[in-house]
Design a binder for this molecule. Sequence first.
Ligand SMILES: N[C@@H](CCC(=O)N[C@@H](CS)C(=O)NCC(=O)O)C(=O)O
Length: 170
Amino acid sequence: MAGKPKLHYFNGRGRMESIRWLLAAAGVEFEEKFIETPEDWDKLRNDGCLMFQQVPMVEMDGMKLVQTRAILNYIATKYNLYGKDIKERALIDMYTEGMADLNEMIIVLPLCPPDQKDAKIALIKERTTDRYLPVFEKVSGLVSALGHWTWKQGKIVPDWHSLGIDLHSQ
Ligand SMILES: N[C@@H](CCC(=O)N[C@@H](CS)C(=O)NCC(=O)O)C(=O)O
């Protein structure tokens, strides 16, 4: 029997988090190998197992998978979580690409110059509440899949703290 998938990433949510969620949704146990030091990072890059010298990387089924979307597509296809036909798959792609756009805004926030940070946080909040969450509110069945949101009085409420956004810094 094949071993558990091994996830290589930093000790944080980042781009690996959606992969963790998807494996959990598929009921697949996995191991994590965190990159904790510059030496860990150098070793992984110099081993030649990262196609583009980037993580996330997932070892599974004899492959060293990189590129978040490629990894998600592989897992979703393997565990039959990618729609019953191409129309359902297109719909799934539309929802997940929307979430990926929002996620990308949040992931790059720590790299933002300090003088632009408040404006970026304000934009993330505006896009979250005005653009993305209304779409997911229409399909409340999907809400349980969104770890950082809670459902209050018929509305999705973001958990800003768990998203890494400190409201008190405003
Ligand atoms: N398109 C890639 C982007 C991966 C990426 O940017 N990973 C970052 C960590 S979150 C990284 O490894 N950066 C190092 C580098 O680009 O040299 C994906 O979706 O997996």
